[in-house]
Design a binder for this molecule. Structure first.
Ligand code: CO
Length: 294
């Protein structure tokens, strides 16, 4: 795919950082060590996003057992691999190998049971999994998934020299790999050379956050070190401006979306609107009815 050069956008009143959050070290699946960056207590503030996990290790013992068969219902998972590979298999008969730099978008909808098993590449495995909520009316939709190879992800370079990979939404006149009407998710992976800045216009009603995974960024007056989530304020702003440190490349995720403002009821891998719907999901899973018939 051609990498387009795009003029820099203009933001007059950039958002400030409302709060910096340090991720929580945890393990999930069959013992995969990861950092939960967007935790349960931030689901309302960062609606429509439910979770962001960062995983990255050069020790296969930290991840090689992966995530054996487990269910999901009611939301979407977006897995972005920075290094290594992830083998995916689900109850609808889909199977895929997500390679380094690639992205998998999975809509669990009414339900899938799948496994996600990492495979090391030169010992290293690193990536992110973001959970995006579905509106109440779509929670029981037909499951869907697609793997995007690195070369299939839309990418552009700004005049300032920032490389942007557009996983979801629209930016600088480019449309991302996936778009969603209800939540308008914007998901950008930005590589900013030392001393550069990136401006992204964004309506004030969108909840937005930045996760720096390499280097150090500045947003407004606030320095944002690596491994920090910066929740961006919504007040009277028309966009986001991030600047890279002067002494090295900064890499970060910029993620934003339109809040659903619907009740959230979560039990592990099920995210619905009410406790009754969670009970139904558990019963459907136990009795083998979770998987929607095609
Ligand atoms: Co899963």
């Amino acid at each position: 795919m051609d990498t387009k050069t795009r003029p820099d956008e203009v933001v007059n009143r950039p958002r400030d950082v409302e709060r910096l959050v340090i991720g929580k070290e945890t393990s999930d699946g069959a013992g995969v060590r990861l950092t939960r960056v967007l935790t349960h207590d931030l689901q309302r503030r960062l609606d429509p996003f439910l979770m962001l996990d960062a995983f990255g290790s050069d020790d296969p013992d930290d991840y090689i057992a992966g995530f054996p068969d487990h269910p999901h219902r009611g939301f979407e998972t977006i897995t972005y691999m920075m290094a290594g590979r992830m083998r995916h298999r689900d109850s609808a008969g889909h199977e895929g190998l997500l390679e380094s730099g690639g992205m998998q978008w999975m809509t669990a909808g009414a339900g899938v049971i799948h496994s996600e098993i990492p495979q090391q590449h030169e010992g290293l495995m690193a990536g992110f999994q973001l959970w995006l909520n579905l509106p109440a009316r779509d929670k029981l939709c037909t499951p869907w998934y697609r793997d995007f190879a690195a070369a299939e992800l839309p990418r552009f370079i700004t005049e300032a020299g920032v490389t942007a990979t557009l996983i979801a939404g629209e930016s600088h006149g480019v449309t991302g790999a996936v778009t969603r009407e209800a939540t308008s998710p914007l998901y950008l992976d930005l590589h900013l050379p030392a001393g550069t800045r990136f401006a992204q216009p964004l309506p004030a009603d969108r909840n937005a956050f930045v996760y720096v995974y390499q280097g150090r960024a500045t947003i407004g007056e606030t320095g944002v070190p690596a491994q920090r989530l910066a929740i961006l304020s919504n007040d009277g702003a028309d966009g986001v401006v991030v600047s890279a440190a002067a002494d090295g490349e900064t890499r970060l995720l910029l993620i934003a979306g339109k809040p659903l403002e619907e009740p959230i009821a979560q039990y592990g891998p099920f995210v619905m609107n009410t406790q009754e719907e969670i009970n139904q999901a558990l019963a459907d899973y136990r009795e083998g009815r979770l998987v929607a018939s095609a």
